[in-house]
Design a protein around this ligand. Structure first.
Ligand code: ZN
Ligand code: ZN
Length: 266
């Protein structure tokens, strides 16, 4: 069994808590320590026993909170050497770093993580599959387009956490400067609702229990549009669909191996 929650999702800060058995880890932390603790408390969770912080890439919305957290709670940070070298200065020193290479598998507590490269305008961006107890959680965020590797790695996941950043029509009317719009739409930017729809088409299978759309832009997208594009693929597939928000945590999702179905723990 794996349980997880997106504590915050979007360009103002990303963090995902993953727990299972006696293990607990964070994937990215762009939230302040106060926000992180408030949101964990809202889920009946805490930082106690946190075994590691695993980093996808060095953008502030994914790492702004990792320095304080790592130093104060003496938690190791798992990241590639290239990402470590490009962390924003404000993150400060990270005493306990464990470097992996993009494509490596490694374990943190009871979890097995498989990293894989994604295309994004960062030094060495990766995403992860998290496995435990026969459960497979597949995540893909901050990527400009979907490669064969991404599709291959995500296949067979019991839960999929996928970027659905912008609506292609809305971004054409965006108030963002043109360079930023170009960057978002580029092959090293972010996935649109349509990109996510196409990816999901490849990944639907009988044992998929849950789909979470993430990193939804507050300027260039709406929850309803992201949901509609995913539903357009899922139709009558029994998997649950959830759209993660910027300012509040999702419920604590639970995925179980075999025939058990995902449910939202109360
Ligand atoms: Zn991001
Ligand atoms: Zn990014």
């Amino acid at each position: 069994m794996i349980e997880f929650s997106l504590l915050g999702s979007g360009s103002s800060g990303n963090a995902t808590i993953v727990r299972g058995g006696r293990s607990k880890l964070l994937i990215d932390n762009g939230l302040s320590l106060r926000q992180l603790q408030l949101r964990l408390t809202a889920l009946g969770e805490s930082l106690e026993g946190l075994e590691g912080i695993v980093i996808t890439h060095e953008h502030g919305d994914h790492v702004n909170g990792i320095g304080t957290l790592a130093r104060r709670f003496k938690v190791p940070v798992y990241l590639t050497a290239e990402t470590a070298a490009r962390l924003p200065e404000k993150v400060g020193p990270i005493p306990d770093q464990i470097h992996f290479e993009a494509g490596d598998a490694f374990s943190v507590g009871e979890f097995e993580l498989q990293s894989f490269s994604v295309e994004h305008d960062a030094a060495d961006p990766v995403s992860f599959i998290v496995e435990r107890d026969g459960c497979r959680l597949g995540m893909a965020t901050d990527l400009g387009h979907v490669t064969g590797l991404v599709r291959e790695r995500l296949s067979g996941s019991h839960a999929l956490v996928l970027e659905s950043n912008y609506c292609p029509e809305m971004i054409e009317r965006s108030s963002y400067p043109i360079e930023i719009v170009q960057r978002i739409k580029s092959k090293r930017g972010h996935l649109s609702n349509h990109d996510m729809n196409k990816l999901l088409k490849h990944l639907l299978h009988d044992d998929l229990q849950l789909v979470v759309a993430i990193h939804v832009s507050q300027e260039n997208n709406t929850e309803a549009k992201a949901r509609a594009m995913a539903m357009n693929v899922m139709r009558d597939h029994p998997a649950r669909l959830f759209v993660a928000a910027q300012d509040e945590p999702t419920p604590m999702f639970r995925i179980e191996a075999a025939r058990a179905k995902a449910r939202v723990a109360s």
